[in-house]
Design a protein around this ligand. Structure first.
Ligand SMILES: Nc1ncnc2c1ncn2[C@@H]1O[C@H](COP(=O)(O)OP(=O)(O)O)[C@@H](O)[C@H]1O
Ligand SMILES: [Mg+2]
Length: 260
């Protein structure tokens, strides 16, 4: 095993260990074969954007990575550790993999601050003072420190989604998964959420992002995965995907989504 040298003395030979590894992953919903032999290696710090038509398996892919969905066969590892099936090991793994969905799912009867403090206290066993300090720092980072004592319903959709990101970050995750985080937002709120994600990417977070924001994908992705019918059809750089897609499926997808 090689490990990245964190001393900084060998900066020229940066080793980027694999953070997410999927090998021969198969997943069915009944007769429907949703993930067909997926192989995907994501190095630490890479920002992967997953594109593809509705129903192609993008959400299922995300959900298998923190085992919200079990897989039929194959292996998935996070930071070298295979996904545990259940119990405390699974809870620990989930804590390492932050997930942000289209719907924010904040606790309605808790303040913004309490929403962000909750999981670190329950799962990471942080004391209240530490959890609060960290939560305030994260709310500041996503630009809503001044809303800490409000309730979710008092915030705009864009603000609520930024709280959801802060809440995921409060667990100190190794990986962040985003499943269409801006799809439920009014257009004028999309950028404030994308800006937070760009900031995270710059700080070196390993990210897998399902998105329909093509401008964002092209600008902020290190790598584009294009899925159709449960298969990774293209795996390329943003420039080559957007300027010279290879498959008919990708050409068709891009012409529909960019064609107006
Ligand atoms: N829990 C489920 N039970 C049955 N079928 C499902 C379930 N979740 C997703 N599917 C089906 O699996 C396919 C892939 O879904 P999904 O991963 O949500 O695709 P995408 O996110 O790319 O739109 C779709 O045909 C969808 O209807
Ligand atoms: Mg989806």
């Amino acid at each position: 095993m090689t490990h990245a040298d964190e001393s900084g003395t060998t900066a020229s030979a940066v080793v980027r260990p694999t953070m997410i590894s999927m090998k021969s992953v198969q997943k069915h919903f009944g007769a429907l074969h949703v993930l067909r032999d997926i192989d995907l290696e994501v190095p630490t710090g890479q920002v992967v954007m997953v594109l593809g038509p509705s129903g192609s398996g993008k959400s299922t892919l995300c959900r298998t990575i923190n085992r919200l969905e079990p897989i039929d066969s194959g292996t998935i590892t996070i930071d070298g550790k295979e996904l545990p099936a259940e119990g405390r090991a699974l809870a620990a793994l989930r804590a390492d993999v932050g997930m942000v969905f289209q719907s924010f799912n904040l606790f309605a009867h808790k303040t913004i601050l309490e929403n962000v403090m909750l999981a670190p206290m329950k799962v990471r066993k942080k004391n209240k003072a530490d959890a609060k300090a960290k939560a305030l720092e994260l709310l500041d980072r996503v630009g809503i420190a001044n809303q800490a004592d409000k309730y979710p319903a008092q915030l705009s959709g864009g603000q609520q989604q930024r709280v959801a990101i802060a809440r995921a970050l409060a667990m100190n995750p190794k990986v962040m998964l985003f499943d269409e985080p801006t799809s439920a937002l009014d257009p004028e709120m999309v950028n404030e959420v994308l800006d937070v994600m760009v900031g995270l990417a710059k700080e070196g977070m390993t990210m897998l992002v399902v998105t329909h924001e093509m401008g964002f994908a092209r600008k902020a992705a290190d790598r584009i995965i294009f899925m159709a019918d449960g298969v990774v059809v293209e795996d390329s750089t943003p420039d080559s995907f957007f300027t010279a897609p290879k498959s008919d499926r990708a050409k068709d997808f891009l012409s529909k989504i960019l064609g107006h």
